[in-house]
Design a protein around this ligand. Sequence first.
Ligand code: FE
Length: 178
Amino acid sequence: MNDRSRPTGCRRGRRWALVLALVLASGVPPVVGAPEAGKEPPVSDDKLVKTEAEWMKILTPEQYAVLRKKGTESAFRGQFWDHHEPGVYRCSGCGAELFDSRSKFDSGTGWPSFWAPAGPRSVEPVQDHSHGMVRTEVVCRRCGGHLGHLFTDGPRPTGLRYCINSVSLRFEKRPARK
Ligand code: FE
């Protein structure tokens, strides 16, 4: 872009032209909605796309069956339904932070249950018409992995119940405060 063609006195325009020229010279295409320099984008905005063969390589058969094939683990059998340590639960497929132990509650269902995700962009609701039911599936926003389902019979303050498969989660203990 030749900034000499711009109206004189448009300093801001010249500055942007210079930024654009630098970006183009660096070979990095400008991204619409990209965060400002120095600010890391949320993990959930950084979509992770892999082929089925790649997922099969990095996931256990149990993780693959649930995350990629929308399976459901048996109730009261998973690792986290009765787990109460403080920390964060990450996606076992991609590592994105999905839930915090502070929103975990005992639902009595045998699956780890949360009344809210870790952040507004951690998980994504998807309409699910399988098994002759209309339900809301919950998937990881970053990798699209199947996590579980969302119901509206949860406790306060949201009234929501994110019913999640343990095998879709990886727990990270919160360091004790000194
Ligand atoms: Fe994920």
